[in-house]
Design a protein around this ligand. Structure first.
Ligand code: COA
Length: 179
């Protein structure tokens, strides 16, 4: 089993079908918190969660991405993913979400740091992108905290919660990563 320990009581694990129920419960409890920024949350059903994990595992088999659960004190509290592995250009992008009640502890920043190290050192990638809604300040704070460069704005990039949102694009190059 793939498991990366970040610190005591915090690790990330490859999502497997046996996590579906826990993950579905987490999304259900956080529907309001997540729906503001994530388009797939509203009306989520257990079948969707199972389908998501199956598709994620297929992506992993195809060498095209990796979706991990974030585990805090051994229970799932969020997801972090490398959305697409572009081997030709040696780049990927990171996406994430966290249980609203566990915000403010640095859990996602630490999980991101682990995924960045994995991307640069294990996968030998050269560039990592993070996109966040212009007004999603908590999400934007993560790449900013980790030293990503703000590279630009993509206008009306996504339809979420009945409106188009602009994305800020952040990029990090291997040569800029000190670790
Ligand atoms: C985006 C999201 C994951 C950010 O969560 P978060 O808890 O703010 O991020 P972190 O877990 O990295 O925690 C950072 C906070 O912990 C604090 N912190 C405490 N210890 C820390 C540590 N060791 N390292 C870093 N930050 C630490 C930081 O100061 C910061 O607090 P602040 O927000 O009061 O400034 C969360 O808000 C979320 O899931 N939102 C909904 C979904 C979403 O928008 N996803 C992204 C789509 S682009």
């Amino acid at each position: 089993m793939f498991k990366h320990i970040i610190e005591e009581n915090l690790d990330i694990r490859l999502l497997e079908l046996r996590h579906a129920e826990q993950l579905y419960d987490l999304v259900s409890r956080n529907e309001e918190h997540l729906a503001e920024w994530l388009p797939w949350v509203k009306g989520n059903k257990i079948e969707n969660t199972k389908g998501f994990i199956e598709a994620a595992l297929q992506k992993f088999v195809n060498n095209d991405g990796i979706d991990c659960g974030i585990f805090y004190h051994d229970r799932i509290v969020g997801v972090i993913a490398l959305h697409r592995l572009d081997w030709l250009n040696k780049k990927t992008s990171v996406g994430y979400w966290l249980d609203g009640s566990l915000q403010g502890k640095g859990i996602m920043t630490k999980a991101c740091e682990a995924m960045i190290n994995y991307s640069f050192h294990d996968l030998q990638l050269n560039r990592i992108e993070i996109r966040a809604g212009v007004n999603n300040l908590k999400s934007r704070a993560i790449p900013e905290r980790l030293g990503f460069e703000k590279e630009g704005i993509v206008r009306q990039a996504e339809w979420v919660n009945d409106r188009y949102i602009h994305h800020v694009v952040y990029g990090l190059l291997k040569e800029d990563w000190g670790q």
